[in-house]
Design a protein around this ligand. Structure first.
Ligand SMILES: [Zn+2]
Length: 280
């Protein structure tokens, strides 16, 4: 398995973004890896709070490890929106190669303090860390931020001086779930953050952001883009399309095909037509 730091290094060199796809069962990561292999693209398989609350953390970790061992592309096993220091440590023990600690809802100093502790533990065993500044609004896996809380550029500057993270998620008007109307992304703010020479920046809430906004975000330094809702919707649409056959494997095949097609489209978009990712 690869670490987040390794694959984001590839993205930085090629000026592309690596997709972080949420996974909730066995069929979704299989379909995603098939797409990633077709495009020779590294992929981040993300286990989120919904899957963990459903008791799936260790099952999914086993599945990802097996798929990664057999894959021809670098695969990262990543914790999404880590809820506590303790949960990130549980993921270190379960074999994750990357953990996010989301302290964006905490007072700034508290976010710094706990993220520092997570970094100290994770880096001791070679695991990457993603942090978050500026809460990302919308609801994901029961985590809700009702306000559009744009990241404070001065806080980014202070944060990256104090905490050695491998990736930083920032709120620039992006949201979890599907958007009502067009998202309003603050590209000036993204540019100001990138000018601080931060670690690779992460855009959450990638579902439903128009392609031109995605391309612009990548041009301005976004190196990881999370997609959860569109993957889940694709799986459910596929199941629905085949439910009349009353054949569970036909339903899984239809669902996997839909997930594959969404993942492949995101990979093509995030790679950029002119700059496909090359893996040595
Ligand atoms: Zn998120």
């Amino acid at each position: 398995m690869a670490t987040l730091k390794e694959v984001l290094g590839i993205a930085t060199q090629s000026k592309t973004a690596i997709p972080g796809f949420n996974i909730d069962n066995i069929e979704i990561p299989e379909a995603i890896i098939t797409a990633a292999e077709e495009y020779h693209c590294p992929v981040i398989l993300t286990i989120g709070q919904g899957a963990i609350q459903a008791g799936q953390m260790h099952h999914l970790a086993d599945v990802v490890r097996r798929l990664a061992d057999e894959s021809t592309v670098p695969v990262v096993m990543h914790l999404d929106h880590g809820a506590s220091y303790e949960q990130t440590i549980q993921c270190l023990r379960a074999g994750f190669t990357s953990v996010m600690f989301d302290g964006s809802h905490l007072p700034f100093e508290e976010n710094v303090r706990i993220t520092q502790e997570v970094v100290k533990a994770a880096h001791a065993v070679g695991v990457s860390v993603e942090a978050e500044l500026g809460a990302i609004y919308g609801v994901e896996d029961g985590i809700s931020h009702s306000r559009d809380n744009l990241v404070d550029v001065d806080e980014v500057a202070r944060f990256i001086q104090q905490v050695d993270v491998d990736a930083l998620a920032i709120g620039i008007g992006n949201a979890h779930g599907m958007y009502q109307g067009l998202p309003r992304l603050d590209f000036d703010r993204l540019q100001q953050c990138q000018a601080l020479n931060p670690p690779p920046l992460v855009l959450h809430g990638g579902s439903g952001i128009p392609d031109d906004m995605i391309r612009r975000s990548i041009a301005l330094g976004i190196r990881k883009i999370n997609v959860a809702t569109e993957i889940r919707n694709a799986f459910m649409c596929g199941l629905e399309s085949a439910v009349g056959q009353r054949n569970i494997y036909a339903m899984y095949r239809a669902a996997a095909q839909c997930v594959h097609d969404v993942a492949a489209a995101k990979i093509r978009l995030f790679q950029g037509v002119e700059a496909p990712i090359q893996i040595a």
